[in-house]
Write a protein that binds this ligand. Structure first.
Ligand code: NAD
Length: 251
């Protein structure tokens, strides 16, 4: 099948299996300027090991170092804009083709794009919480404290170390992950976008769906089980898909 046939096949699947779900990973946001983990040459993994720098052990062992290593990168996500892939998923939901998006990303770009039903299974950067008393604050407070020289940023109620509401390596999975497994059970069609499908337990989610489509620049562990594999940039695929469906990207 050539690329145009693949786009036509994806449009047909969306029409016959509606509503579908999407499962997105870091690759959907690279065209918004956020590096992923595993793209050859540009992935963050080529520069450092996130398992060591963005883990619970790293936070507990040396919280100030944890923030030095992660905070600039995380705050930079907040200036990024959704690209055509995020916009198309939001539009597909409005049109009734999609029931929702399960994302591994913490960048908030699906919500910025207008998606209504989003399960952020690895958390987000809108809030933070105290590691001692669990008080919740806006993430901006943590950033302001850090910028004013308080590293690590501390809870104003009990003095505990603040942490972002993201799922770090070694953390338990979020409640949103468990909800996502429920909504996906028996789903007709799952479209995986920009994920190497190597981070468990999320990498196991495709097995809950009857049919799976993979849109990813590089091979994934799920390709041989998928109904359709499109090895192309997500922004281009979704631009072409919306054209094939005869729908504009934005209202
Ligand atoms: P990953 O880095 O393991 O894999 C990303 C995949 O996306 C790669 O296989 C790559 O080929 C593909 N890709 C990159 N750009 C693409 C594009 N424009 N179009 C199509 N495919 C593209 O990412 P993962 O599977 O999501 O796992 C990484 C973990 O890191 C996740 O848990 C995620 O939470 C976290 N993370 C999040 C962000 C973010 O929030 N944007 C960024 C980096 C890492």
């Amino acid at each position: 099948m050539n690329y145009h046939e693949q786009i036509a096949a994806l449009a047909d699947l969306l029409k016959t299996c509606r509503p579908a779900y999407a499962l997105t990973g870091a690759g959907i946001s690279t065209e918004s300027g956020i590096p992923d983990f595993r793209s050859p040459g540009t992935g963050l993994w080529t520069k450092y090991d996130p398992m060591k720098t963005a883990s619970l052990t790293a936070l507990r062992r040396d919280p100030a170092r944890f923030y030095e290593l992660n905070l600039t990168r995380w705050t930079s996500y907040r200036d990024c804009r959704p690209n055509n892939a995020h916009l198309a998923l939001a539009r597909l939901e409005k049109l009734g083709y999609l029931a929702g998006v399960i994302t591994q990303n913490i960048d908030g770009l699906h919500i910025k794009a207008g998606s209504q039903r989003v399960w952020e299974v690895h958390g987000h950067l809108r809030t933070c919480r105290c590691t001692k008393c669990e008080s919740v604050y806006p993430f901006d407070l943590l950033v302001d404290l850090y910028k004013s020289g308080q590293n690590p940023p501390l809870c104003e109620k009990c003095g505990g170390v603040l942490r972002p509401n993201v799922v770090l390596f070694e953390d338990r999975m979020s409640d949103e992950f468990f909800t996502a497994t429920q909504v996906l059970s028996g789903c007709q069609l799952l479209i995986v976008v920009g994920s190497s499908l190597t981070v468990y337990p999320v990498a196991g989610l495709p097995q809950l769906a009857r049919r799976v489509v993979i849109i990813n620049r590089d091979p994934t562990s799920w390709d041989e089980h998928a109904e359709l594999v499109i090895r192309h940039s997500a922004g281009q695929v979704f631009t072409d898909l919306m054209a094939a469906l005869g729908e504009p990207l934005e209202e």
